[in-house]
Ligand binder design. Structure first.
Ligand code: KG4
Ligand code: ZN
Length: 366
């Protein structure tokens, strides 16, 4: 008998409406049959960040068509999937609710089991979907809504080694871009400017490097950047293209330095807490696309004897294939939900870790 499982996944916890179909079998491994993402950048660009109410409304309007597209591209009817998995937290509650309501409707309508997925588990388990890696491994999640180090022991067991105590690095990139008038989302624009800048002109702080452990802070960096900007404006009446580039280079260098040093500590903690002979560091989140950060992490891994794994960017950033994949893992474990499933704005993966104050203001409260 075939052990093939086909899952329809839904994601709407931040500013991307997404639906995907993923199939897994012993014979063919993992097949991502479709992965549809409707971005909302245009809706939030004027605000320089995600507006929760606008996001929730857009999800509600787009989810059904997104699901239809995902099924069409997979060449399947809803009746042909085995279950529906949906992000039920953490995230912006209006958006999460839109997804949960849609998934419940599909589940009841088609008579298919419902699977509740933690958005962070989606990111954390992506390397298993894309590269089939074995547990345990070290995960660094760096995006607009999340920033944390996790030891991934199994699909439902995680140790959180540390994370941001205020802004995520993605928020810091976005705010930097806003302060310098570059546009949104800020990451790629700051990176582009930084490539032309003089990294030595501004020496920005490296927050929390003096504190033991893997916690990070990025909000002070933003304040330092604002001060440097204001000083130039006061002296010269405005910023030149060179000023912008130098500020971006200094900022990006500081983020890369903090992430690298904290990752070094996470690697050591991982080796202490597991008995792995072939350690892997996997990254996820939009900030993992940053060329300087990626190169620094790659060098660090080489030095620490870790393999470095960065899944393709479309599966690193928010998508529904990762939610469908967690659906596969939970389906095999028999972990189903029912119609009473609730959306959870906060839902840490490691329930035993102390909550992080104010972490991930843009989306994930975990
Ligand atoms: O993972 P993601 O697409 O969405 C969530 O936040 O969940 O990450 C988006 C974030 C944004 O803050 C964006 O500015 C940042 O990732 N980003 C980057 C780069 N590309 C995207 N940050 C730095 N460098 C980049 N190349
Ligand atoms: Zn995410």
């Amino acid at each position: 008998m075939s052990d093939s499982i086909t899952i329809l996944g839904l994601e709407s916890s931040c500013d991307d409406t997404a639906a995907a179909v993923v199939r897994h079998s012993a014979e063919n491994g993992t097949e991502i049959l479709s992965s549809e993402v409707f971005e909302q950048y245009d809706l939030h660009a004027d605000f320089g960040g995600v507006v929760p109410e606008i996001a929730a409304r857009a999800h509600a309007e787009r989810l059904d068509i997104c699901v239809e597209n995902a099924l069409d591209k997979a060449g399947l009817k809803l009746a042909e999937v085995d279950a529906i998995s949906v992000t039920s937290g953490p995230g912006l509650i209006g958006g999460v609710l839109s997804g949960v309501m849609c998934a419940k409707g599909l589940s009841v309508g088609a008579g298919k089991p419902l699977i509740s997925v933690n958005h962070l588990a989606g990111h954390a388990l992506t390397p298993r979907m894309t590269d089939g890696i074995a547990f345990p491994y070290l995960m660094l999640l760096i995006s607009g809504g999340h920033c944390q180090f996790l030891i991934v022991h199994s699909a439902d067991e995680y140790t959180r080694l540390g994370g941001t105590i205020d802004d995520s690095p993605g928020e810091a990139f976005d705010k930097t871009a806003k302060l310098l008038g570059l546009g949104y989302p800020g990451g790629p624009l700051v990176q582009e400017k930084a490539a032309q800048g003089d990294v030595k002109r501004f020496k920005f702080p490296r927050p929390l490097l003096d504190r033991a452990g893997c916690d990070m802070s990025f909000s002070g960096l933003k304040t330092a950047l604002r001060r440097a900007r204001d000083q130039i404006v006061e002296e010269k009446g405005g910023l030149t293209v060179t000023d912008q580039a130098d500020l971006c280079a200094g900022f990006q260098d500081a983020v890369a330095a903090v992430l690298t040093e904290k990752t070094r500590r996470a690697c050591l903690a991982f080796m202490e807490q597991t008995d792995t002979k072939t350690p892997v560091l996997a990254v996820a989140g939009g900030v993992a696309a940053n060329i300087q950060i990626r190169a620094a992490l790659q060098d660090l891994c080489a030095e620490q004897g870790f393999s470095f794994l960065a899944p393709p960017l479309k599966y690193c950033t928010d998508n529904a294939a990762m939610i469908a994949w967690v659906g596969v893992e939970k389906y095999r474990a028999g972990a189903f939900s029912d119609i009473s499933l609730n959306a959870r704005p906060r839902w840490p993966l490691d329930q035993s870790a102390a909550p992080m104050l104010g972490s991930g203001k843009k989306g994930a409260k975990a």
